[in-house]
Ligand binder design. Sequence first.
Ligand SMILES: Cc1ncc(COP(=O)(O)O)c(C=O)c1O
Length: 379
Amino acid sequence: MISQAKLQKLAKEHGTPLFIIDHDELRKNYRMFRKYLPRVQVYFAVKANSDPAIVRTLYKEGASFDVASMPEFKIVYENIKGMPAKQRQDWIWDKIIYANPNKPTETLEELDQYKPLVTFDNLEEIHKIKKHAPHAGLVIRIKVPNTGAMVELSSKFGCHPGEAVDLILEADRLGLTVEGISFHVGSQTTNFDNYVQALQLTANIYEEAKKRGYTKMNLVDIGGGFPAPYDDTVKPFRELAKVINSELERLFPKEIQILAEPGRFLVATAGYAVSKIIGKAVRDGKTSYYINDGVYHTYSGVIFDHCKYPIRSFKKAATTLCAVYGPTCDALDVVSMAENLPDLQRGDFVYSTNIGAYSHASATYFNGFPPAKVVQVNE
Ligand SMILES: Cc1ncc(COP(=O)(O)O)c(C=O)c1O
């Protein structure tokens, strides 16, 4: 946890808007995940925050990686490029999954030399992989309930569980190897039953595939979705882990390798945003603060991630209900219409915690304002 005093010191030293990444927190989250889900190999979902320093820290911790684009692949690759060729190849096979079910053919062609694991969820993709990346290993993504997740993914990704074995057999017929099954229960899933149902569906598909003669699968990828502790309503990770461990034990023999792709869980609590009040007005009786960061920048998760990041003040004083707006000329650039803040002046700093996931990663240059400067702490 970075203290308020340190956040202010960094803001004075580096200017604002500032995005701060605490690497002690990254290590703590990674180790917690490993501790409570010891059977699971942790593939950090790079998309949650692709800062190369984060990837480096998790690489040093022994993490594996879920990438969804060639640039993300390259960020991970940077850490292993010095390895001898054979060792590097083994590392990629063991520790990278390209978990984007729809890949451009150019990407597949570039990927093929690395022979990674890749996901798919449709027939067209099988044919693309066969033609453009025939050396890849395949993982089928199935659609599972995303009930109650903050970010729903099943409307866009995953084949219907009922068609999974047909797709597996078609890939097999073409000479490709389907190594296992993956799913995503939706991001920030606080409904643990989603995992229970998804694991049961996966076990059923394993069973059906075996009955129909396909026995080459040896992995289950339980995706992401592990909730970050944004507030007290989020149950502790160890409770979710307990549920998952007992289902894994019940459904999958020890030889089946279990993977997970946590993004938010590893990086959310490691990120801090500090910005500055640049304007102040009273609109419809409510004090409105304009800050130099907003939804086109570090607070992009307000739009893309359906996430709220309370704005906090460093001042201790009586508060009133205020609005907080970003710096751009778009009326969409609203950080919050309801924050309890003390009376602040132009130049005062404000900050948010738990803003490490899907925030700076989706910041834009809209209106000519660049993304916040990034500072690494405890690297
Ligand atoms: C395929 C895949 N894996 C993992 C993740 C990471 O999910 P989360 O941040 O909820 O852990 C995502 C997020 O969109 C995803 O699409």
